[in-house]
Design a protein around this ligand. Structure first.
Ligand code: ARG
Length: 466
């Protein structure tokens, strides 16, 4: 276990021998933080340019540094770069290679900087661009739902509470509920970007630096709105990573509810939708089966997202200011969550866009379970002047009668309805059909096809502007 290794070239000065293999294994993050190579090089380029501009390093050294960093970028992109676990992380791997390439000038790059502000700026850059990508993908998913909602603005289906048939709704309306959810996710993504958009570079180890650096210049060069305002907070804050995970978890929750509905809708018992072959699998033993595996996996992957959020919250809780190595555990959580969320969003966008809607099956189910009972009660209030509670009671008796006769409310003869309440007239039948029921729910945000079309239009305008 305790094999001797050469002492680490970056901080090995005070160690007689190299770290034990176990120390290297627990300490190294290069296995995952190599993902940050492009951001690390981008931030180092901006930092070195600022140092030269402020006459902290010479223009010649800056040129050598920039040339070396660009060479390293190409080496990593082509796969030629040799990563070393002994050099711990992406920052020291790149800096060590820079020294090999350009000699002593490489040592000047780390002036007025620490790995603490370096990792914070790299990770913010990565998280920011990932959030911006998620925003685009979410817009794509919302767009697919808007198309489906428009196409099915008047397609009726049962609306559920407690997964029991409640009132008829339109499938377009149901789709628009998801537009609202993913629309909120999109706004959360944008909020997160807005809060994250500050550069910690120049906070150095934790206290700032005595060198005359220009933090506004590096912030601007890296595309941040402004520099962070407190050097201690700059290196100890991981809110941006937590927010990424929180946004991902909430979005995952929405995706998993959708996944569950697709699983239910695609059963032969419901038969509301048919998944395309590209998003389902067959069974190796039961030839009749078509399984919604992609939806099930979206439902399951939400567990990973929630796990990562709880993991990082737990890492961060109770950490004293400023930087502690605990914080190195932030990256794998975010990287894996980002990869999972990407896949989940892509799978759902494909599934929802491709699935076939069985309008006839939806309509048939919409009429079951006396789903227009509320319409009957509302009619009694509106046309016969009954208080709602009494109307509810009268309707209950009509439902009981229909049950007893094994028929539907719309098929009960008028004289039998009149025997329950004399105020009922032939006009009642106009509200007992599914189509009239949904058409009548035209309150703002209601299920009526006209309302659905109105919201589709408003959302298209909102998306185009965002
Ligand atoms: N690999 C480290 C991380 O991800 C970089 C910062 C190390 N800083 C330090 N003082 N050891 O957190």
């Amino acid at each position: 276990m305790n094999e001797k290794k050469a002492s680490n070239q970056m901080w090995g000065g005070r160690f007689a021998s190299g770290p034990a293999a176990i120390m290297e294994a627990i300490n190294a993050s290069i296995g995952f933080d190599r993902k940050l190579y492009a951001q690390d090089i981008e931030a180092s380029l901006a930092h070195s340019r600022m140092l030269a501009k402020q006459a902290i390093i010479s223009a010649g050294d800056q040129e050598r540094i920039a040339h070396g960093l660009n060479t390293i970028l190409k080496e990593i992109q082509s796969g030629a770069f040799k990563f070393s676990a002994q050099l711990e992380d992406i920052h020291m791997n790149i800096e060590a290679r820079l020294a090999e390439l350009i000699g002593p000038a490489a040592g000047r790059l780390h002036t007025a900087r620490s790995r603490n502000d370096q990792v914070a700026v790299d990770f913010r850059l990565w998280t920011k661009s990932e959030l911006q990508r998620v925003a685009e993908v979410l817009k794509g998913l919302i767009g697919v739902f808007l198309d489906r909602a428009e196409e099915h603005a008047a397609t009726v289906m049962p609306g559920f509470t407690h997964l029991q048939t409640a009132q008829p709704v339109t499938f377009g309306h149901h789709c628009m509920a998801y537009v609202e959810m993913f629309g909120r996710d999109l706004s959360r993504v944008r909020d997160a970007v807005d809060r994250l958009d500050e550069s910690p570079l120049g906070a150095a180890a934790l206290a700032g630096t005595g060198f005359p650096i220009d933090r506004h210049a590096t912030a601007k060069a890296l595309g941040f709105r402004e520099p962070t305002r407190n050097s201690i907070d700059s290196v100890s804050d991981r809110d941006f990573a937590l927010e990424f995970l929180a946004v991902a978890s909430i979005c995952g929750t929405h995706l998993s509810r959708l996944a569950e509905e697709i699983v239910i809708w695609s059963t032969p018992q419901f038969g509301f939708v048919k998944l395309s072959d590209s998003f389902s699998t067959g069974s190796s033993i039961m030839p009749q089966k078509k399984n919604p595996d992609a939806a099930e996996l979206v439902r399951a992957k939400t567990g990973r997202l929630n796990g990562h959020l709880v993991a990082l919250l737990t890492v961060m809780k109770g950490l004293p200011l400023a930087y502690s190595k605990d914080m190195q555990e932030d990256k794998e959580a975010v990287f894996d969550a980002a990869e999972s969320l990407d896949l989940m969003l892509a799978a759902m966008t494909g599934m929802v866009g491709d699935m076939e809607i069985d309008a006839a099956a939806m309509k048939k189910a919409a009429g079951s379970g006396h789903s227009t009972a509320t319409d009957l009660a509302d009619w009694l209030v509106r046309e016969a002047g009954l208080p709602f509670r009494e109307a509810h009671h009268v309707t209950g008796r009509a439902v009981a009668l229909a049950e007893e006769k094994r028929t539907t409310l719309a098929k009960l003869p008028l004289d039998e309805l009149m025997a329950i309440h004399p105020g009922i007239t032939r006009d009642i039948y106009s509200v007992l059909t599914i189509a009239s029921s949904v058409r009548s729910r035209a309150s703002y945000g209601g299920t009526a096809p006209a309302q659905v079309r109105r919201q589709v239009k408003a959302w298209r305008r909102r998306l185009a502007k965002s």
